[in-house]
Structures are given as C-alpha cells and as structure tokens.
Design a protein around this ligand. Structure first.
Ligand SMILES: NC(=O)c1ccc[n+]([C@@H]2O[C@H](COP(=O)([O-])OP(=O)(O)OC[C@H]3O[C@@H](n4cnc5c(N)ncnc54)[C@H](OP(=O)(O)O)[C@@H]3O)[C@@H](O)[C@H]2O)c1
Length: 269
C-alpha cells in the first residue's frame, strides 16, 4: 500500500489504517476476531491502529491482538482526562499495554489540552511518546473543545498531527482546518470516513459509481478522502476480513481526479 509522510514527523505511513471504535469492543470470548483482523491487516501492510481508553474494551483488545507484533504497528491512542494526574494514569496503563511506547498520543476532543501539553511534551522528549496529536469531531462534543480552539492548539507548535472527520457529508474541516494543517505541516488522520457506516446504507447507482472510477461505495468514499492532498491516513473501522481487504485495496488504488471526486460528492453528499 502506498504511504505518505505524516507531516513534519517525517514518518511515512501506509494510507489506510484501522479504527477500533465499537468494532474492537469485544467480550473476551470474541477477542479472536480482533486477533484475526490485526494479523490480516499487518500482513497486508496496515500499520496505523487507532484506539482510545474510552472505547470500551477496545484499547486492551487491540493490545492483546497485536501481542508479539506490537513493534510492526504504529499505535495511535488518546487521553481523555481533566487533570494531568488522571491523564498520567491512562498513559501508564497504555505503556503497559503497548510495550512502553505510544506512537501517536492524541488529546481526545481537545479535552484538557492546555493542562496536558507540558507533561506530554516531556514524555515525547523521553521517547515514550512518538508524536502528539489532537482529535476534533464537532464543537463541544462530549464536553470537548471547538474548531476555533483546535486552531489555537495547532498553532502552539506542540502537536504533530490532528484527527478530524471528513467524508462527502462532513466537510467543515475543508474550509480552515485542512489549510491550517498544511500551512503548519501537521499530519492529518481522517476519522469517520463512512460516517459511522451511515454513508454505506444506501447503494448509489452503479453506473454513476463506475463513471467515477469506483466499483463499491466503500472504495469511493475512501479514495475520495485520500485524494485530498492534505490527508495522510484514513481510519475506517471494521471487524470484517473482507471489508478490511476491500479498504486496503481502495488505499492502493490511484487517486481520483477532480472530476471523479466531484461525482462522488454528488452521489454521497
Ligand atoms: N476522536 C474521535 O472523536 C473519533 C470519533 C469517531 C471516530 N474516531 C476514529 O475513527 C474510526 C472510524 O470511524 P467510525 O468507527 O465512526 O466509523 P467508519 O469507519 O466511518 O464506519 C465504520 C462502519 O463501516 C463498516 N465498514 C467498514 N469497512 C467497510 C466496507 N469495506 N464495506 C462495508 N462496510 C464497511 C463497519 O462495519 P464492519 O465491521 O461490518 O465492516 C462499521 O459499521 C473509529 O473507529 C475511531 O478509531 C475517532
């Protein structure tokens, strides 16, 4: 799968990663599904795995699914805590789960970003964190920050990457956040490429899809996001081997032309 440099981190990462929200929140008896998906993903070149302490059991399930393959993965997880002490407790647990290092540690919904930034920077200097990021879904989501606050945080120079929603129905970030990320050379990871699967419910006219150069809605949506030159990695979530392989294939396909992109916007927007 082709890669793209994650902004100023200088790391080249394959363009399709794996989200874990809901899909990896599995009871102990079904964790084998996550092991199978993670093995398949790694064997087909996926490196970025995105999780969070608040995704139910997902963070632990991901860690156990990676097992001895931890070093082949680029683990992106998050902190959601009001105080540095609470944030540190989450981080210490993550160090236990992921062999003493988190590759990308993101502040979930920007919660407490000012109070966490100093200790996170120290941990990055120590090498227990590879890169620092911020995630933003929508203004005040779950008591978190706004897009204006995200811009402010991005400009501090502390953070290396942002994770934002982008699909033909959620395009607000195109106006200011994506241009700013490019100006500051920050990595951009896309959450919700299928709008939680909501964009996959209705089958568009296959002829119109084919005119846009795509065979499947999921392929169209992933290629649509990845054809934005400011986007580095997309994070579709799946627990289905067939869907995972389809998503990887979409990440290996050619970028869409402007005309194809417009057609897909019209089909799904
Ligand atoms: N930081 C934040 O605030 C935040 C918020 C939302 C999401 N995220 C991150 O972004 C990731 C992705 O977002 P999301 O989980 O909301 O949803 P999503 O990736 O937009 O959609 C996931 C849904 O699409 C289905 N799917 C995946 N590939 C498919 C394919 N090729 N064909 C058909 N169906 C397919 C999945 O079901 P199957 O398992 O059946 O494939 C699942 O129901 C999350 O898991 C999380 O890591 C972060």
């Amino acid at each position: 799968m082709p890669g793209r440099e994650l902004g100023r981190t200088g790391l080249t990462l394959p363009r399709v990663g794996l989200g874990t929200w809901r899909r990896f929140d599995l009871p102990a008896g079904r964790e084998h599904l996550a092991r199978e998906i993670v093995r398949l993903a790694l064997d087909h070149g996926v490196r970025v795995f995105d999780t969070a302490p608040v995704y139910g059991r997902s963070e632990g399930v991901l860690a156990r699914a990676l097992g001895a393959d931890r070093q082949r993965a680029f683990v992106a997880t998050k902190i959601w805590a009001d105080t540095p002490a609470a944030g540190r407790r989450q981080f210490e647990h993550q160090l236990d789960l992921f062999d003493g290092r988190v590759d990308l540690l993101q502040l979930h919904h920007l919660i407490g970003w000012q109070v966490h930034a100093p200790w996170l920077e120290r941990e990055r200097e120590r090498g227990r964190i590879g890169a620092l990021g911020l995630t933003y879904w929508r203004d005040h989501a779950f008591g978190g920050g706004t897009a204006a606050e995200l811009e402010q945080a991005m400009r501090t120079g502390v953070f290396d990457a942002v994770q934002i929603p982008l699909n033909p129905r959620e395009r607000d970030v195109e106006e200011r956040l994506l241009p700013l990320a490019r100006e500051l050379d920050l990595g951009v990871l896309v959450m919700r490429p299928f709008a939680e699967g909501g964009l996959l419910g209705r089958k568009p006219d296959p002829r119109r899809l084919a005119e846009a150069g795509c065979a499947e809605p999921s392929e169209a949506l992933l290629r649509w996001g990845l054809s934005d030159p400011r986007v580095h990695v997309t994070l579709p979530a799946t627990i289905s081997p067939a869907h995972l392989l389809a998503n990887i294939a979409a990440g290996s396909a050619l970028e869409l032309t402007d005309r194809q992109r417009t057609a897909i916007t019209e089909l799904f927007g």
